[in-house]
Design a protein around this ligand. Structure first.
Ligand SMILES: [Zn+2]
Length: 204
């Protein structure tokens, strides 16, 4: 499967899904409240379904944006800059697709340009758009790297993510002090040990 398919598949899948109305989502939250044993009609809970729906709208807002569009605005007046560009420790909050529990972490995003560079805030935005979807960390890592490779066509891309998964730290096996480290290296980050080492040296 090409990297192109990896990056675009979730977005296409989302467009094929018919979205329920807001009232349906609020009704679903009321059902969950009733299922816990509480009364969704009592004063403290009456506004909760609307609040939860608004919160979901924010934390899953990444589906409404195309990350490739964000990166397409690049510039080439760089005086031939051809060294590594690394944005370090971008904080993000995502949700695991297995439990809808928070994944809290940081991303290190780097590339070696091939003429064109992109505004650094766009790299942070790229992380955010993919994070604000239902995710597994491995795919989040790959999607960020693949999109950079496809849109910027740089000499190489490196992405490292370190994150804690609340489904594991706060419930289930309860291992609060572990984090999961994932990486994806493309182009010179994969082929050139010096480039790889330089990047990994920035991720401590
Ligand atoms: Zn999980």
């Amino acid at each position: 499967m090409s990297s192109n398919v990896h990056a675009l598949a979730p977005l296409l899948a989302w467009h094929q899904v018919e979205r329920p109305k807001r009232a349906d989502v609020e009704a679903a939250v009321r059902t969950i409240i009733r299922w816990t044993g509480d009364n969704p009609e009592r004063e403290g809970l009456i506004e909760t379904p609307a609040r939860v729906t608004r919160a979901f709208e924010e934390v899953f807002g990444g589906y409404a944006h195309d990350p490739a569009v964000i990166l397409r605005k690049s510039f080439d007046e760089t005086e031939g800059y051809d060294e590594m560009i690394a944005l370090r420790g971008v904080r993000f909050e995502s949700h695991c697709e297995h439990h809808m529990a928070p994944i809290i972490g940081r991303a290190w995003v780097a590339y070696v340009p091939n003429g064109r560079v992109v505004g650094i805030s766009k790299l942070a935005r790229l992380v955010e758009i993919y994070a604000k979807r239902l995710q597994i960390q491995e795919r989040l890592t790959a999607q960020i790297a693949n999109t950079m490779e496809e849109v910027l066509q740089p000499r190489g891309v490196g992405v490292v993510i370190k994150a804690t998964h609340h489904c594991m730290s706060a419930r289930g096996v309860r291992k609060p002090d572990t984090d999961l480290v994932t990486s994806r290296m493309l182009g010179c980050f994969r082929d050139n040990p010096d480039v790889r080492r330089e990047f990994l040296g920035m991720t401590d």
